[in-house]
Write a protein that binds this ligand. Sequence first.
Ligand code: PEP
Length: 241
Amino acid sequence: MKHLEKIIVGNWKMNGSVKSLAVMIEALKSVNMNRERVILCPPFTLLGAASVANVAFGAQDVGAYDSGAYTGEISAEMIAETGAKYAIVGHSERRRNYFETNEIISHKALAAHRAGLIPIICVGEACTGDECAADAQMPAAVEKQVKESVPEAITNFIIAYEPVWSVGTDNIPPAADIEKAHGHIYNVLAGMGKHAPVIYGGSVNATNSLAIMSMKGVDGVLVGRASLLPEEFIPIIQSGK
Ligand code: PEP
């Protein structure tokens, strides 16, 4: 069954400029959509400029501490001051390239929560489709990440399920695997006394977004590359209605 009001997150990663953001903001103005459900996540330096967008926006990461001697870090409070409402934490690129552990991610999610931001907590297995099926690593890996990355104190958050091997490639898992993973995450959350939207991320584009958002248990999508250009991002937004 296709649910209404899907959440669409655009993760620009380390891409974009003042100019390309202005182009996106202008293009989004005339799109008929639920503006609170579309969340643009440009680099930190563009958050101020994103505040004039008529959609929600957020950061791609957040410091784990509130303030102090943490050179180069950006606190959740600073992000909230721009008008941002969300912060992605635990993206697989941060887990892999910056050695972020579940513990660090949990601290970051808590810092976001303290500042009134809604954390978008990313989880996902590193094994490939076949390996996952063979050793059932996928549910175990995802379960551990959910249990250890979602802080006990938070109730308002989003889980982004992103199989690591699908991010930045053009490979997406079969529908049955996505539905199984989402169902598993809901069950793990329920065991923790929690409920949250679970969105899918990994090579979402304008061609596959409708099919993905029609899958059971998929509450929306986290889009990387295809969120950079209005001509690719807008059809994805429209397929989530
Ligand atoms: C992402 O950035 O989280 C992502 C899923 O990227 P892409 O859509 O490019 O695979």
